[in-house]
Write a protein that binds this ligand. Structure first.
Ligand SMILES: [Zn+2]
Ligand SMILES: [Zn+2]
Length: 258
């Protein structure tokens, strides 16, 4: 089994990351990757890009240095209803919508029930393809309820490599349980480096080790094949909401100028 994709990478545009998309692609090519998903933080993140950034990603070539560039976002979950901080008119241009909890964006001090409700609602909303770092101990969830919703809505859950190598302290205890439940239910998982610097693109070893140890089958790991990812995303596209349901999934961030 080979890992050919990194599905969670930040460029300069995220505001606290330090490499350009071209540098990221070059680094991915050097590591032998076939594709990367550029997933900048959503507009509610302090220093995050404006919605226009996501709307104009067509300016970036589909392929750089032989590496496929997937146009994505790491949207912020904003409330218990699972609303996102990127407007549907921008999200609709993206190949991949990831979403997760972040301090400063989601109200602090929430309960397991509240966090679980936010994730389940976000997945039911139709926009979200991947839930990122669901094992963040600052936002505890009910793994079974979240995995069941992921199965129902055909959403992938991420095992985040940086959570296992220093970020989001306490993840080492939470992530194995989530991976175990994901293995039991046979849902798709996504591995992400959460790289904020080109040198760490494709660093997925800890996440890969964890998911294999949990018993997740290689065919349920999105990063193992470009075709598998494309099929997954094509199926996800058919689930994207239209009309009122599309806009109901969005709440305007307070810092937005739109
Ligand atoms: Zn994140
Ligand atoms: Zn990230």
């Amino acid at each position: 089994m080979e890992i050919v994709l990194d599905l969670h990478v930040h460029s300069l545009a995220s505001g606290h990351a330090y490499s350009t998309i071209a540098e990221i692609a070059r680094a991915a090519a050097d590591r032998g990757l076939q594709g990367v998903a550029i997933t900048e933080h959503g507009p509610a993140m302090p220093g995050g890009p404006h919605g226009y950034y996501f709307g104009n990603l067509k300016a970036v070539p589909r392929e750089l240095y032989g590496v496929r560039i997937f146009r994505g976002v790491e949207a912020n979950l904003m409330d218990g209803d699972g609303k996102l901080d990127l407007a549907p008119r921008f999200m609709k241009h993206l190949d991949l919508v990831a979403a997760g909890f972040h301090v400063d964006c989601f109200p602090a001090g929430g309960s397991v029930a509240e966090h679980t409700r936010a994730l389940v609602n976000a997945m039911a909303g139709g926009w979200v393809d991947i839930i990122v770092h669901p094992g963040n101990p600052q936002f505890r969830i009910d793994p079974v309820a979240v995995v069941q919703a992921a199965k129902e809505h055909r959403v992938a859950l991420e095992i985040n490599n940086s959570s296992l190598t220093g970020s989001r302290k306490g993840s080492l205890e939470v992530c194995p349980e989530i991976a175990q439940v994901a293995a039991e239910f046979g849902i798709m998982v996504s591995l992400g480096s959460d790289s904020h610097w080109a040198g760490t693109v494709g660093q997925l070893d800890a996440a890969l080790e964890l998911v294999l140890k949990a018993g997740i089958k290689p065919e349920n790991i999105l990063n193992t094949s470009l075709t598998k990812l494309e099929e997954f995303l094509a199926e996800r596209q058919t689930r994207r909401p239209k009309g009122k349901k599309a806009t109901a999934a969005y709440t305007k961030p307070q810092n937005s100028k739109l």
